[in-house]
Design a protein around this ligand. Structure first.
Ligand code: NDP
Length: 250
């Protein structure tokens, strides 16, 4: 893997909206070959068509990150279509916020499955090719909720703290083992996307919508830092980015 974005093959999970969609479009404009995964295949089809219309290259596949076989299949798609994988952006996530007292235990488990097991499945699927080539870059979307605790976010925050720990150890072990796998974790604050649609607790949804109206910024701001991280020379890794609105007092 060399310096730059042009020509790199980038798998993106959670590419059907928000941060994943914005990143896919920006990276493709900069010459990356993007491989898009999410459950809503119709969205992926539309986004891939928009990228191709804009002169870019894209492949897509329906992907449920909680299923190991789907993660393996999207890596195979990238290898079959573009010949290799340079970067995987593990970005799929859910945030059905609620107070613990609401006991929305199904939602707790769904977050653990997507936000934690989805990341584990994504890394397990791509590591064989990265280890074989002694090269690769894993980027994951944590959250400011992975750095600080917030009411209504005990489980969501816990999943994002996990991502922080996991990515730090991946980076350290890669250095110790000399496998040259770079690890970058992104900690966005309030980003305007479809994420709040997963909140079923009415009071939590109302509070969060108010917060985002005041502090929400574009998913394009996260795409910019994803591109910056990928653009670094091979001897350099950007480990962590915290990205939020300039008016954020929390
Ligand atoms: P969106 O809801 O717009 O995007 C979430 C993406 O995750 C969608 O593409 C969705 O696709 C995908 N996804 C959800 N479940 C699965 C699954 N089981 N398998 C595959 N894909 C799945 O929100 P964002 O763009 O904001 O979220 C992207 C990431 O950013 C998440 O990890 C989120 O936690 C994180 N984040 C967001 C912040 C924000 O303020 N928006 C702040 C901090 C972090 P589909 O439904 O088609 O499967």
């Amino acid at each position: 893997m060399t310096h730059g974005i042009d020509g790199k093959v980038v798998i993106i999970t959670g590419a059907s909206s928000g941060i994943g969609e914005a990143s896919a479009k920006l990276l493709a404009r900069k010459g990356a070959k993007v491989v898009l995964g999410a459950r809503r295949a119709d969205n992926l089809k539309r986004i891939a068509a928009e990228i191709e219309k804009d002169g870019g290259q894209a492949a897509y596949r329906q992907l449920d990150v909680t299923r190991a076989v789907d993660n393996e299949a999207i890596v195979k798609l990238a290898l079959d279509t573009f010949g290799r994988v340079d970067v995987v952006f593990l970005n799929a996530g859910l945030m059905p916020s609620s107070p613990l007292s609401a006991l929305k235990t199904d939602e707790w488990r769904a977050m653990i499955d997507v936000n934690i097991n989805g990341v584990l499945n994504g890394v397990a699927a791509v590591l064989p090719t990265f280890l074989e080539r002694k090269s690769g870059h894993v980027i994951a979307t944590s959250s400011v909720a992975g750095l600080k605790a917030y009411p209504n976010g005990a489980i969501y925050g816990g999943t994002k703290w996990f991502v922080r720990d996991f990515m730090e150890v991946l980076r350290m072990e890669s250095a110790l083992e000399g496998t040259n796998i770079r690890a970058t974790t992104i900690y966005p604050a309030a980003i305007n996307s479809e994420l709040l649609d997963t909140i079923t607790d009415e009071a939590a949804a109302k509070a969060m919508r108010g917060l985002y109206q005041t502090y929400g910024i574009s998913a394009d701001r996260i795409a910019d830092v994803v591109a910056f991280a990928i653009d670094q020379p091979e001897d350099t890794v950007i480990n962590e980015f915290t990205v939020g609105p300039a008016n954020q007092p929390w």
